[in-house]
Design a protein around this ligand. Structure first.
Ligand code: FAD
Length: 398
């Protein structure tokens, strides 16, 4: 073993930095964080970048600037974990020991999960807000499109921010309407689900929003293939099994997603989970098999909506329970599945959806009727939430 730390965190994204900040605030002396990237991203802004409401660099800050003071940053990436030996091994050949391990390594974007997608990306109207560089391409494509089929795709299985595939559709359609070209464009939204949203009230609102733009929503459907040469997508209905091959002039593609491969291949993966996520208790954030391991964010089995908003509620629970475990006791922290999804329904309006594991509405802004769209979204989505993120959440204050 090259190094040993009391607490080792894997990943310097939303979950890792938030937990590191909270641990330092709680007075933990020895925290190390393993993260290979130079840049930290506020990913929710990529939706606005794709819709022409923000610039990509606004979402990026140097990793060093968000790393909490006193945290040992190991600039490397983890390739394996041995939870029996209490060690992780990195690509650079380090073997790092820990008393407690926190895993927040995010989700893997499986671009090769749809044949042809990888080759089509970034060319001839195809893009994705799920990549920093391509979110700018989305906006370029939105501006260039004046006619033809516009595809908006959501894959099956959990993804981060399940609202993002719809948000960009509404932002684009609103822009096309303003430009007077929406009538020449045929927007098609491909959803794997039977409805627009898991909660009926919001599903009904979103169905009206989609109908208002003339979007042809294909429920219970998936894109099985893209042909980047002939510019077509093949859509399969999971109800009838029928397929439909459609020529596109614009396609916003959300890739299939799963746990990072090294997690899938590690003892931390839940053997029952087909996507290979880290198996943790959905209330305590503690590993189901290895009590010295905790995890949060997109890489876990917790059945909440995978969002930064969920992490804001998971992090204090995890820290409370981890600190208790260091003292040999059991923490009282319990996460209720809270997640929030601000769905941009136009370039000026938003539907704020906050809910828990049981799909109960959990409104946190009492003055807003969450069953309706509201107009001042620019303030909340473009200014309020990013400030909450950079100034409070990543500092362990919210
Ligand atoms: C287009 C889009 C829109 C979104 N909109 C919203 C929204 O409106 N509201 C909301 O709350 N959330 C939204 N999200 C989701 C939100 O950004 C994520 O849920 C959140 O960032 C997940 O945090 P995380 O810590 O789990 O992973 P990440 O923040 O992705 O961080 C993972 C980190 O782990 C590092 N890492 C990966 N592998 C290794 C390794 N092997 N070793 C060490 N480090 C590693 C990565 O470099 C990265 O820094 C959106 C996401 C996208 C893409």
């Amino acid at each position: 073993m090259n190094h040993k730390h009391q607490i080792v965190i894997i990943g310097g994204g939303t979950g890792g930095i938030t937990v590191a900040a909270r641990l330092k605030k709680a007075g933990v002396a020895d925290v190390a964080l393993i993260e290979p990237a130079d840049t930290h991203y506020y990913q929710p802004l990529w939706t606005l970048v794709g819709g022409g409401r923000a610039k990509a660099p606004e979402s990026a800050r140097p990793m060093a600037s968000v790393m909490p003071a006193g945290v040992t940053w190991i600039k490397d990436s983890v390739v394996s974990v041995d939870p029996d030996a209490h060690t992780v091994t990195t690509a650079g050949g380090r073997v790092v020991g820990y008393d407690r391990l926190v895993v927040s390594a995010g989700i893997q974007l499986d671009w090769d999960g749809i044949p042809g997608l990888q080759e089509a990306l970034g060319k001839d109207g195809v893009s994705s807000n799920y990549r920093y560089d391509l979110s700018t391409v989305t906006w370029q494509n939105v501006q260039k499109t004046t006619s033809g089929n516009a595809i908006f795709h959501m894959p099956p299985n959990p993804i981060k921010c399940a609202g993002a595939p719809q948000k960009i559709a509404y932002l684009a359609c609103d822009y096309w309407r303003e430009q007077g070209v929406l009538g020449n464009i045929n927007p098609i939204m491909v959803l794997p689900t039977p409805g627009m949203f898991g909660i009926k009230e919001w599903s009904d609102v979103l169905a009206k929003v989609a109908a208002g733009y003339g979007i042809d929503v294909r429920f219970n459907s998936v894109i099985t293939e893209m042909d980047p040469v002939n510019h077509t997508v093949t859509i399969k209905s999971n109800e009838t099994g029928e397929t439909d091959t459609i020529e596109y002039s614009f396609a916003h593609m959300t890739p299939p997603q799963s746990a990072p491969d090294w997690i899938k291949n590690s003892p931390l993966a839940d053997p029952e989970n087909p996507m290979g996520y880290v198996g943790v208790n959905k209330h305590t954030m503690q590993h189901n098999v290895y009590p010295d391991v905790f995890a949060l964010g997109d890489c876990t089995t917790t059945p909440n909506s995978k969002t930064g908003a969920a992490i804001r509620k998971q992090a204090p629970v995890l820290v409370e329970n981890l600190l208790a475990s260091l003292k040999g006791s059991v923490g009282a922290g319990s996460y209720d599945g809270y997640a929030s999804c601000p769905i941009t329904t136009s370039r000026k309006k938003m539907l704020l959806c906050e809910f828990d594991y049981d799909f109960n509405m959990k409104p946190s802004l009492p003055l807003i009727d969450q069953k309706k769209e509201f107009t001042d979204y620019t303030l909340l989505k473009k200014v309020g939430l990013p400030n909450l993120y950079w100034s409070l959440m990543l500092k362990g204050r919210a």
